[in-house]
Design a protein around this ligand. Structure first.
Ligand code: C5P
Length: 219
C-alpha cells in the first residue's frame, strides 16, 4: 500500500489527541484536521434544521477553520462558534449523530479533502482505521476515564464553563461506550497503530515519544 504523508491520532474523548495534534502541526508545519469538530458542526447545523445533504454543503461553503499558535477557531458565516462547538451539549449530540451512516458518509469527503499531498495530522476516532487507512504513522492515544475527566474538567473550567465532575465522568463514559460499541467506524486502534497510554504521562512526554516516531517515519 502506498503510504501518504498523514499522521493519524485516534482515541477516546479527552485523551489529549487535540493538544498533541496541534503541537505536531505547529512543530512540523503540518496541516491539521480535527475531525471531532466536523461531527460537532454536523450537530450544530442539524439543530439549525439543515438536512444531512445540506450540512455537507453548509460546511464547505460557510465554515472556516482558523489555526493560530496552538488554537483552532471555527467560524460559521463569519461568526466565531468555537465555544459553542466545544460545549458538552454539542459533544453529546455529535456522539449521537456519529453512529448514523448518512452522517459519516456526508463528512467522509470533507475529511479526505484536508489532505492536499503535504503533511497532515488528523485526530478523531477512525482516522487510522477508515478515513486515512493509508497514513504513514498511526497513533492511538488513550488514558483512564478518571484522568480524562480531570483533563476535560480543567479545560472547560479554563474556558469559564460550569462543570460538575460526577456528571462529566458519566458523560465521558457514556460517549466512550457509544463510540466503541457502534457498528460503523467503532473506536478501535488500527492494526498498525502505536498505542500510547497517557494516564501517567505529561503532554510533553507524549509529545517527545511521538516526535521520535515522526522523525523515524518522515525525516
Ligand atoms: O473529538 P470530539 O470529542 O470533538 O468528538 C465529538 C464526537 O464526534 C465523538 O464523541 C464521536 O462520537 C464523534 N466522532 C466520530 N469520529 C471521529 C471524530 C469524532 O465519531 N473521527
Amino acid at each position: 500500500m502506498k503510504r501518504i504523508n498523514v499522521i493519524t491520532i485516534d482515541g477516546p474523548s479527552a485523551s489529549g489527541k487535540g493538544a498533541l495534534a496541534r503541537g505536531i502541526a505547529d512543530s512540523f508545519g503540518f496541516n491539521l484536521l480535527d475531525s471531532g469538530v466536523l461531527y460537532r458542526l454536523f450537530a450544530f447545523l442539524y439543530e439549525l434544521s439543515f438536512t444531512s445533504d445540506e450540512i455537507a454543503n453548509q460546511i464547505k461553503k460557510h465554515v472556516e477553520f482558523i489555526k493560530s499558535e496552538d488554537k483552532l477557531s471555527i467560524r460559521y458565516k463569519k461568526n466565531d462558534i468555537t465555544t459553542e462547538l466545544r460545549s458538552e451539549i454539542l459533544a453529546k449530540l455529535a456522539s449521537e449523530h456519529s453512529s448514523k451512516k448518512e452522517v459519516r458518509n456526508a463528512l467522509y469527503d470533507i475529511q479526505r479533502n484536508f489532505y492536499n499531498g503535504e503533511g497532515l495530522v488528523a485526530d478523531g476516532r477512525d482516522m487510522g482505521t477508515v478515513v486515512f487507512r493509508d497514513a504513514k504513522l498511526k497513533i492511538f492515544l488513550t488514558a483512564s476515564s478518571e484522568e480524562r475527566a480531570k483533563r476535560r474538567f480543567l479545560e472547560l473550567q479554563n474556558r469559564g464553563q460550569e462543570v460538575n465532575m460526577p456528571a462529566l465522568i458519566a458523560d465521558i463514559e457514556k460517549r466512550d461506550l457509544n463510540d466503541s460499541s457502534r457498528e460503523l467506524s467503532p473506536l478501535l486502534p488500527a492494526e498498525d497503530a502505536h498505542i500510547i497510554d497517557s494516564s501517567e504521562m505529561s503532554l510533553e512526554e507524549v509529545f517527545s515519544f511521538t516526535e521520535n516516531l515522526i522523525k523515524k517515519e518522515f525525516i
